[in-house]
Design a protein around this ligand. Structure first.
Ligand code: ADP
Length: 918
């Protein structure tokens, strides 16, 4: 915007300056006249007239008034003011030559006119032909005088070039015409001097017929003097120059008899100057021709013409002035018009800019308003959502509370019998383990329900603390000691550091404080893996009790730290290990004690919780010991239950259980160990590793697990040659179809929703294994149906080779590659199973289990079957001898071949041939 306005201002300025600039760019012609006589004023008039026709040029005329010094100054003025060309009529050649040369040599063109200078330091010279004028004057004199007439010559300045020319021409012609020049005297071009010399001469010469003066002024002087002497009638007077006001007027008046036109040609001067400046060819020395004499016969006409010309010139000048004025006015008006135009454009532009700014502001404001509105709407929505959430949370809590209340009674009714059962001594080891699992989880459920109820109470402001003075040191030691056994079993280094005096007493609600510590400690154990460290420290800090639980576990991401004390908040929403209510309750309990709790944590490094409690005492209430949290209790709830080790029977199918919950793993093991061999893994990654190492008959895999989830685990098992045939049964707590579809996409063979019963689990496993067996049998049946002559396992090799077992592309591909290798090696009696396995890219035992799973034969059995099958084919289709065939299919003894053949097919190769009539 600023830029546009400044550009427009510039344009405006230029517009106003333009006429000025044009004026300054005119060609400047400087004219220096030596004097200001009538002749020169005529010339000046001509110059002024001519310049009017050249609007691109201007002229300045200066007169030196016959003073050479002044003329030098005039020339210097022209030079200093950088005139483009200088025209000079030098007063005296001698005096003016140096300055003219100087100017010329500086590069300014110089035209010398009317008179000469010394040398040729000029661009051009324009002079009249004075000799011719002299001659003309003599010729005129001879015409009006008789032979031998006497003539007095009044010459110009001595040494002056025109004077010399006028003299020479006159003398030359006068002599030829027989005229006598009786005297020549210098009148110095002026009247006074001419009068003096004429006066003297007339006194000396009584017989004079004509006075020839070099100019009209001197001629008039001579005429006046002759008149004074009373001799005017007998003496003719002629002059030179014929300037209108002096010479021609004098002739017309009869003051002198004739004059000779000395050409002024002012217009020629101007044109020559302009031609030089325009670079047109110009003659260097221009000589103006002389013209006819002016005498009584034409003087009046010439005067009249001159007068007319003057008037005409005046008119032209007036016209020009008018035109100039009009032009000026026009220019002014045009400039004004342009200026108005520019101003108008500017105004319109500014108007538009303002309008645009206004629009932009309006738009911006509208946008802001709509954004504001949107924000407000969002805020309202958020508020509404918040309210809904609060209501939902409240009703959720209410629901939980109600349910928890309802659950409490049945739970008590379960807990007690389970507890009794757990202590019974007539259970089988398996029953014992299962009851322990039940017992542990009943406890967890119990604690959870208590937490929910407490939390609800807290939220309703109904949770009270029952403070009592407690001897805290032994109590703390007892509580924390109870984690020692657990730490030992979990291979966690537990450090307990209680820096409190033995009799340290504090007012506490023992039960609540025990739960605070239990919660913090149990979290530390939950989130710290084997070989980690957990430490508990209690000490006085600035008269407050400070308890610190530090672990080297997985840590809490920074972004979750601030929300960790919110109810139901769990860092790992996918694989939660609890309910997310524990810490909220811990905080509530601590705050009920007017204490505070803080947390510091670094992901992957560990977590520290610090509880600070004010040390108070209450009047007269002493706590009686609370014997909770014995190590058995801690164990029961947090510890790992170990199942009884049983001898693994190699003939049983091998199952791999992949689940992050140890209790689930243990329960499945306990439930199935009588019928299956079981191995387990706590996450998907470990599951994949074990599957490819041991090639189990079936994998049971949880969907939600840390490190690698069940879907990924299943996809990897199904994508690996050695494990692709293994059926995978997914366990899920979620019964959504979408999840099932994802599971089936990853290759899962079946689904089982939690909770599941022993019966359901067994039947799904058996089904999957039976399916697998059926596929093998189907395959065997199909191959047998392919022709009793060829029938063998997977051996409809011609038709079914590409799809031998119909169990996925990986299995097809594997089996085809096996058959190709076998074909190549068939004649080799020492065909090496290890070599076959490594050629197929898997280990020996994996190869064994894979072949067994795919064909129900061990590799050795399969190879023998395939050899015999090939032999049978050769026996039927070729005429090779039995022993040839036996070698061709890799038996190194025909007798052994015959025996094995008969064992398999119930007839010897010979009998077969006989039967077929071959
Ligand atoms: P929960 O019953 O799920 O353990 P809590 O309220 O006790 O619920 O804890 C909330 C969350 O804080 C947990 O889900 C867990 O992710 C995180 N957390 C608590 N204690 C620890 C700890 N010692 N180390 C790592 N994470 C912890």
């Amino acid at each position: 915007m600023k830029k546009i306005v400044s550009h427009l201002c510039m344009a405006l300025l230029l517009l106003f300056c333009l006429p000025q600039c044009q004026k300054q760019n005119k060609i400047k012609i400087g004219i220096s006249q030596c004097s200001s006589d009538d002749w020169r004023s005529k010339m000046n008039d001509e110059i002024e007239r001519e310049i009017m026709f050249h609007p691109g040029a201007e002229v300045e005329i200066r007169s030196a008034d016959d003073d050479s010094q002044k003329q030098i100054q005039d020339l210097q003025y022209f030079r200093d003011n950088r005139f483009d060309i200088i025209l000079v009529a030098p007063n005296e050649a001698e005096a003016l030559t140096p300055i003219i040369r100087e100017i010329y040599q500086d590069g300014t063109p110089v035209i010398v006119f009317d008179r000469d200078i010394k040398g040729d330091s000029y661009t051009a010279s324009i002079t009249a032909d004075n000799v011719s004028i002299g001659k003309l004057a003599a010729q005129y004199a001879s015409n009006i005088l008789s032979d031998g007439a006497n003539i007095i010559e009044i010459a110009g300045l001595a040494g002056n070039a025109p004077a010399q020319g006028r003299h020479d021409g006159f003398v030359q012609n006068a002599k030829e015409s027989g005229l006598n020049i009786i005297a020549t005297a210098n009148g110095d071009w002026n009247y006074e001097r001419a009068s003096q010399v004429t006066d003297s001469l007339l006194l000396v010469y009584p017989d004079v017929d004509l006075i020839y003066a070099h100019n009209d002024r001197m001629a008039i002087a001579a005429s006046d003097v002759a008149k004074k002497h009373g001799r005017r009638s007998e003496i003719k007077v002629i002059g030179v120059d014929a300037a209108p006001k002096i010479g021609i007027q004098a002739v017309a008046d009869g003051t002198i008899d004739a004059t000779f036109l000395y050409p002024t040609e002012g217009h020629l001067l101007v044109r020559t100057a302009l031609n030089i400046l325009e670079g047109k060819p110009v003659k260097r020395d221009i000589v103006l021709p002389s013209s006819q004499p002016v005498d009584a016969s034409n003087a009046k006409i010439l005067l009249r013409q001159n007068e007319d010309l003057k008037q005409e010139t005046q008119r032209i000048i007036r016209l020009k002035n008018q035109m100039d004025a009009y032009w000026k006015e026009h220019s002014m008006q045009t400039a004004l018009m342009y200026a108005m135009g520019v101003i108008l454009v500017l105004v319109i532009l500014i108007f538009f800019i303002l309008l645009k700014t206004y629009w932009a502001r309006q738009k911006h404001q509208a946008e802001l308003e709509s954004q504001n509105k949107l924000l407000e709407e969002q805020r309202d929505k958020e508020r509404e959502l918040n309210e809904q959430l609060t209501v939902a949370t409240q009703s959720k809590l209410r629901f939980f509370t109600n349910v928890s209340h309802d659950l409490r009674t049945p739970l008590t009714l379960i807990a007690e019998p389970v507890q009794q059962l757990a202590e019974a001594d007539n259970l089988t080891p398996q029953q014992h383990t299962l009851v322990r699992i039940a017992n542990k989880n009943v406890k967890i459920l119990h604690r959870l329900i208590n937490q929910i109820l407490d939390f609800r109470k807290y939220e309703n402001g109904k949770l009270n603390v029952h403070l009592a003075n407690v001897k805290f040191t032994p109590l703390l030691r007892e509580w924390t000691d109870s984690f020692k056994v657990l730490a030992q079993k979990r291979h966690i280094k537990l450090t307990l550091d209680i820096e409190l005096p033995e009799d340290f007493t504090i007012a506490l609600d023992i039960e609540k404080m025990e739960r605070v510590l239990f919660n913090l400690m149990s979290n530390a154990f939950k989130y710290t893996s084997e070989n980690g460290k957990i430490s508990f420290m209690a000490r006085m800090n600035d008269s407050a009790l400070e308890m610190k639980v530090t672990d080297t576990g997985q840590g809490i991401p920074a972004e979750d730290l601030s929300s960790i004390f919110d109810r139901f908040y769990q860092v790992d929403k996918v694989h939660p290990k609890g309910s997310g209510i524990g810490l909220a309750l811990v905080k509530a309990f601590v705050e009920l004690h007017e204490g505070s709790i803080t947390v510091e944590s670094e992901l992957g490094k560990g977590t520290t919780f610090v509880v600070t409690l004010p040390v108070k005492s209450v009047e007269g209430v002493d706590a009686h010991e609370n014997g909770m949290a014995k190590h058995e209790e801690v164990e029961r709830e947090l510890g790992l239950i170990e199942g009884e080790k049983v001898e693994q029977d190699e003939s049983k199918p091998l199952l791999l259980v992949v689940d992050d919950n140890a209790d689930i793993r243990l329960m499945i093991r306990e439930l199935l160990k009588d019928s299956y061999r079981i191995m387990d893994a706590s996450d998907g990654k470990e599951g994949v590793r074990l599957a490819s190492k041991y090639v189990p008959d079936l994998v049971i895999c949880d969907v939600m697990m840390p490190v690698m989830d069940g879907m990924e685990c299943c996809r990897l098992i199904k994508g690996e040659v050695s494990t692709s045939h293994i059926p995978v049964l997914m366990l899920t707590a979620c019964s959504l179809d979408e999840e099932r579809t994802r599971g089936y996409d990853s290759g899962a063979d079946g689904y089982l929703s939690k909770p599941f019963s022993n019966k359901m689990l067994r039947s799904r496993i058996e089904n999957l294994l039976a399916n697998r067996r059926r596929i093998m049998h189907l395959s065997s049946a199909r191959s047998s149906a392919g022709g009793s002559t060829e029938g063998n396992i997977g051996a409809d090799r011609n038709s079914n080779r590409k799809k031998p077992l119909n169990s996925g592309d990986i299995d097809n591909d594997f089996y085809n590659r096996f058959l190709e290798l076998f074909d190549k090696e068939i004649a080799n009696p020492d065909m090496n199973i290890d070599a076959l396995a490594s050629n197929l890219g898997i280990g020996r035992s994996q190869f064994y289990r894979k072949i067994k799973a795919l064909t129900n034969y061990s590799p050795v059995e399969l190879v023998r079957k395939l050899r015999l099958e090939k032999a049978r084919e050769l026996l039927t289709k070729t005429d090779d001898t039995v022993s040839e065939i036996s070698y061709n299919v890799g038996f190194n003894s025909p007798a052994y071949f015959t025996r094995v053949y008969r064992e398999t097919y119930g007839e010897t190769p010979g009998e077969l041939r006989k039967r077929l009539g071959r």
